[in-house]
Design a protein around this ligand. Sequence first.
Ligand SMILES: [Zn+2]
Ligand SMILES: [Zn+2]
Length: 122
Amino acid sequence: MTNTRPAPPGLAIDTPPCPLCDRSTDPTPDGTLDCENCGCFWDANRPDEPGEWFEPHVPACGATAQPYADNRYASAEVRALVYTCVLDTGHDGDHRGTDENDGVENWRREVLTVELPAGVNA
Ligand SMILES: [Zn+2]
Ligand SMILES: [Zn+2]
């Protein structure tokens, strides 16, 4: 008498997180790993290579932030870091930028908005 074993269950494929927003990328039948949140994708066979934007011709948001400027516990180098948002103009949600060393920082639009008291013109 032969015992047949059921096939081992399928694997749940873990996809790498998007380096900009940290959400899981979505595998597609085209062989790309997509991040809808940031509007970009990577070649699934070369995921360590730089990715591409869905709409490469839309100008960059370009907002900047110096998130550690006022942090007295940070080193002078860290306080001097300037991040420039790499998403497109008019994007939703937080800005997502990299510094020149490819550090990634997300920051909220509110950080960059200065509320003026009523009656004061900028
Ligand atoms: Zn993303
Ligand atoms: Zn932005």
